[in-house]
Design a protein. Structure first.
Length: 570
């Protein structure tokens, strides 16, 4: 009989529902390959209007074996609660979870963890899909369990169901109307009484919640839209495969993330996504969560391909964002008490500057991603200044623009000095990491940051701010601390003449202070800025513009200096 190996998933909604559909179908293909005792070799590729899925051939005669050896749809257990127990279909062959048991397991784990003296005293971790169960219950639970019950009821007809779905996805334009007609005929012949349409849940269809959601504005309805129930089933499966959901820290609101694939194999995805999921177990605040989700997925990708046997494969692909995974869909759900509302649909890109050419590149990028994670983690989103910096960091990580990075470094200069003045923790990027990021994104800026005059003036800014402040905490008030220097230079940078005047004034006072200290106090002393340094920076301003040079001076002036030890502190 005809073999099945090529499928197309239309991007019908333009949301993560399309991705869930693709991963749900890949999971079912993998289940059938397991029954067939053949490697799956499933690959997904984004081809614009649809996802193209290829796999090792599945033979239609193999599908016939499912009649007596049916498959359960992926990691989708029926969720049993005290309220719905009586309505659950009888039988013990399908996976299920006891919601109240899993809830108690979570409470026990975190209670024990807070009191634990050693790792041995901590009980088993919560179910890996607990947050999905909690998001489904209670509003989406009847529909969720109902679809799984339908699958269980129709299990004897799995050969026909798989053939229906294979035929649906066999062409680039999925004929859902024909698939619904085929299902109705199958249901009528079997006498199940399973409706072809099922209510689309917001959890899998972020654009199909209650409200004005019709494609054609011919009326207003508060109801959800209806979809073909087998497609809803695939989306349910797909969320367990490619989705993450967590409560927002300090609120009952929810954030869900679903990866946006470019091209990768199903086996690659499973290993990478499992690592990513483990790193996302702890709830966090909304903006920080977006930035960390992108960085953690990038970290999981790099960790996976760091294995020697996989490095060559990654090297052939090069840019992770362009070739493997573009990023993540991020959806914010507002808690309304008995329901939730989709408030925002966004896309969070992976760092586009991760471009692997040789195996030696992998540890370099792992270090950079790790440093950015430390930088993001320190901010408390309940403070307005932290919100602004987190937004800039998120935009930089997702959008790869230096404008966003400079927006962060300008604001960070004041934050960094303020935290240190109050003897509070503050983490800054080190200069090496900063230089790598800037020159990877904008290689021509290497002419600025490698210029000796630029380096010497950045040194002067550092010695007048974070170094002088450090000396002050050590009881050494040899040099004045120039609070607000970064903000002053940023304000003046809009106009070339104003910036040169402000920078010259600072450098004049810096050199004058150096001369005064050398006359009255013992060393060690700071280096003074030379006339040649000023001439070099003016040339750079002429070539690149005042704002660019100012942004780079501020970024470098407030970065951590680790390449040379300095008795006066950095």
């Amino acid at each position: 009989m005809t073999e099945l190996s090529t499928f197309y998933i239309d991007k019908a909604s333009g949301t993560f529902a399309d991705v869930l559909l693709a991963f749900g179908w890949m999971r079912l293909l993998s289940e059938v390959h397991f029954r067939q005792n053949t490697p799956d070799h499933i690959t997904l590729k984004d081809e614009g209007a649809h996802y193209h899925i290829t796999c090792a051939p599945i033979f239609r005669e193999t599908l016939e074996t499912l009649r007596h050896n049916p498959v359960w749809p992926g990691n989708t257990p029926i969720i049993i609660t005290t309220k719905n127990r009586e309505s659950i279909p009888s039988g013990s062959a399908y996976p299920s979870v006891e919601y109240e048991v899993e809830k108690e397991r979570v409470s026990t784990f975190f209670a024990a963890k807070s009191k634990a003296q050693s790792a041995d005293s901590i009980p088993d971790t919560p179910h890996p899909h607990w947050d999905i169960f909690r998001a489904i219950n209670p509003a989406a639970l009847p529909g969720y369990n109902g679809i799984l019950a339908n699958w269980w009821q129709a299990r004897a007809a799995q050969p026909e169901i798989f053939a229906l779905l294979a035929d649906l996805f066999a062409t680039e334009s999925n004929d859902i109307a024909h698939a619904i007609t085929t299902w109705k005929a199958l249901d009528k012949a079997a006498g199940w009484g399973i409706d072809a349409l099922s209510t689309g849940q917001q959890f899998y269809n972020p654009d199909q919640g209650k409200g004005q959601n019709k494609t054609k504005a011919n009326g207003i309805s508060i109801g959800n839209l209806d979809n073909f129930w087998l497609l809803e089933l695939l989306k349910m499966i797909g969320f367990y495969e490619a989705g993450q959901t967590r409560l927002v820290q300090g609120a009952k609101d929810r954030k869900s993330y679903v990866i946006v694939p470019r091209e990768l194999t199903y086996s690659e995805h499973r290993d990478i996504f499992n690592t990513f999921s483990e790193s996302m177990r702890v709830s966090t605040t909304s903006i920080k969560g977006d930035a960390m989700a992108s960085l953690r997925y990038a970290e999981a990708l790099l960790t996976y391909f760091a294995a020697p046997t996989r490095q060559i494969t990654l090297g052939k692909r090069g840019n992770l964002k362009k070739r493997l995974v573009a990023g993540l869909y991020a959806v914010f759900y507002k808690d309304l008490g008995n329901a939730v509302a989709t408030m925002n649909l966004a896309f969070i890109g992976l760092p586009g500057w991760i471009d692997i050419r040789t195996p030696d590149d992998i540890p370099v990028y792992q270090t950079i991603v790790g440093e950015l994670m430390k930088l993001v983690q320190q901010f408390d989103e309940s403070h307005s200044d932290a919100v602004d910096m987190l937004q800039s960091l998120r935009d930089f990580i997702s959008g790869d623009t230096l404008d966003s990075l400079f927006g962060f470094t300008r604001a960070f200069s004041s934050y960094y000095m303020g935290q240190r003045e109050r003897n509070k923790y503050a983490y800054a990027l080190n200069e090496d990491i900063l230089e790598r990021l800037i020159t990877m994104i904008e290689p021509r800026f290497a002419d600025i940051v490698e210029n000796e005059g630029f380096k010497n003036i950045a040194y002067a800014i550092r010695r007048s701010t974070i170094s002088a402040q450090y000396q002050k905490t050590q009881g050494n008030r040899k040099y004045d601390v120039r609070y607000g220097l970064g903000q002053e230079l940023a304000r003046k940078s809009r106009y070339k003449s104003d910036f040169i005047a402000a920078l010259s004034e600072f450098l004049f006072k810096y050199n004058a202070e150096n001369a005064q200290v050398m006359e009255t106090k013992q060393g060690p002393y700071r280096r003074s800025v030379q006339t040649s340094d000023i001439e070099s920076i003016i040339t750079l301003i002429d070539d690149f513009g005042a704002e660019t040079v100012a942004n780079l001076l501020i970024a470098y002036g407030y970065a951590r200096k680790i390449r040379e030890a300095d008795a006066e502190g950095t």
